[in-house]
Design a protein around this ligand. Structure first.
Ligand SMILES: O=C(O)CCC(=O)C(=O)O
Ligand SMILES: [Fe+2]
Length: 315
């Protein structure tokens, strides 16, 4: 088989995974040594412990719920441009992205995501956020550390949640920088959940037998979807559709989980694999309103969570 034919078959395989599962897990991890070098550089910038956080009094003096994530000019990854080639230039990553998004795909964003371990979250904060569906801790982190996104678990969501009035023409690429076991807040991905299209958060999900969920879109359609837990080695890499449900439980380990999260969008290509995927969705590919869990300030106003009820697989 020639190189071009092999490349085309691999590309079809990636798009096929997206059509069926809304998820592609790359068969080989990226360069683990390079992942380790980046991880060391990230860890050298701060202690991922209680010192990340404001005091309760400082928080309450002026609560800020928005603009607490990395943004241009405040993004830790931009300091490590020279350490990112093992992801951004990796031939399997480039080929996979090209098959889904076409030539000239664009980087919509990239950042470090930290799963904060239970022991690092101050007691006052744990009490306040218990049961919230989205525990992005940016609001409670000292401003100088908001160049990383910090989670203490996030319920099943579509990454389209951050993009009202935009088509699901992008994918998330997620890279583990160290081994991630069941106790390191691995991602839980619901295979095939993208097939109902864009649906508002929070989602109607009920356990439906071991490792399965019944997912309803509120428009009369439903699907039985399989829960896949993405444990993996350093350099493990996966990508999913903007409508694929995924989430994490709070990090139960005594150390942080550090990963990279990229968003890539279709570029100049007139038609790409993502269009074939989206043609087959049984629902819209865009929403005017993507979430109903926040109040006017951006604070949680709903206490409910599905992913925390997920049973961990044995092992
Ligand atoms: O890393 C996590 O815990 C969840 C990340 C995620 O789903 C996101 O940032 O959209
Ligand atoms: Fe996400």
């Amino acid at each position: 088989m020639g190189v071009a034919v092999a490349g085309r078959r691999a590309a079809d395989h990636v798009v096929g995974d997206f059509i069926r599962d809304g998820l592609h897990v790359f068969p080989q991890p990226l360069d683990a040594a390079a992942a380790g070098a980046l991880l060391a550089a990230i860890r050298a910038t701060r202690a991922f412990d209680g010192r990340l956080f404001l005091t309760e009094a400082a928080f309450d003096a002026d609560p800020q719920y928005t603009c607490v994530n990395p943004r241009p000019g405040r993004n830790l990854l931009d300091r490590f441009e020279n350490l990112l080639g093992f992801v951004e230039q990796a031939p399997p990553v480039r080929a996979g992205l090209t098959s889904v998004l076409g030539e000239g795909y664009q980087t919509l964003g990239r950042k470090v995501v930290c799963g904060v371990p239970a022991g690092a979250v101050p007691a006052w904060l744990k009490a306040r956020i218990a049961g919230n569906p989205v525990n992005n801790l940016g609001a409670y982190v000292k401003p100088e550390y908001r160049d990383v996104t910090y989670f203490y678990g996030i319920d099943f969501h579509q990454d389209l949640i951050d993009f009202k009035d935009r088509d699901a023409d992008f994918v998330t690429l997620y890279v583990y920088l160290h081994p991630v076991t069941l106790s390191d807040a691995p991602l839980y991905v619901l295979e095939g959940s993208h097939a109902l299209g864009a649906v508002m958060f929070p989602h109607d999900l009920r356990p439906d037998g071991p490792g399965f969920w019944r997912y309803r879109d509120g428009r009369g359609r439903e699907a039985r979807v399989r829960q896949r837990v993405l444990t993996g080695e350093a350099g493990a890499v996966a990508m999913w559709h903007a409508c694929t449900l995924h989430g994490t439980q709070p990090d139960a380990a005594d150390h942080e989980r550090i990963s990279l999260r990229y968003l890539f969008a279709k570029g100049a290509a007139a038609r790409a694999g993502i269009d074939r995927v989206n043609d087959q969705l049984g629902g819209p590919i865009r929403l005017e309103t993507t979430r109903t869990d926040l109040d006017g300030r951006g604070a949680a106003r709903i206490k409910a969570n599905s992913v925390n009820r997920a049973r961990q697989p044995a092992g």
